[in-house]
Design a binder for this molecule. Sequence first.
Ligand code: PNS
Length: 159
Amino acid sequence: MRIGVYPGSFDPVTFGHLDIIERASLMFDRLIVGVLVNNEKRPLFSADERVNMLRIATRHLPNVEVRGFQGLLVDFAKEVGSTVIVRGLRAVTDFEYELQMAQMNRTLDPSLDTVFLNTDLRYAYLSSSLVKEVASFDGDISSFVPDFVARQVAEKNKK
Ligand code: PNS
């Protein structure tokens, strides 16, 4: 069975992430979406909230499973029986950081490879950080995230 891992912070999940998940789900028998729990970036949403949003947004994809993970990605990949990490590349600006991570992960575990999917052009400019910034100034984020996610972001901003 081919198992892929798509890791990230997903704070919150965007249409860019969902596009990668849908495409990657066609390439593997199972795709595990790994949500980083111990995130240094001080996320807006708790790990449980991020996992739940992803579960709802991917429930039409039967071979996709969403799980939180702590610690090293290479350990999580091994735990779920995967040797392939999937990452999305939006632009050349992502490349340096992504290559660095891929090299580090392959050094930590040489049986692990990273594959990159180019982000759909519709979402090439999209990031969770920009979505949060737009929402924090009451901007409309309905083209960037599912409606239920937009409502949860708005709720956070009220608090
Ligand atoms: O969505 P992000 O924030 O770009 O995802 C980054 C993520 C979660 C893939 C990365 O930070 C990660 O794998 N963290 C787990 C800790 C780890 O393994 N660090 C070494 C990776 S080189």
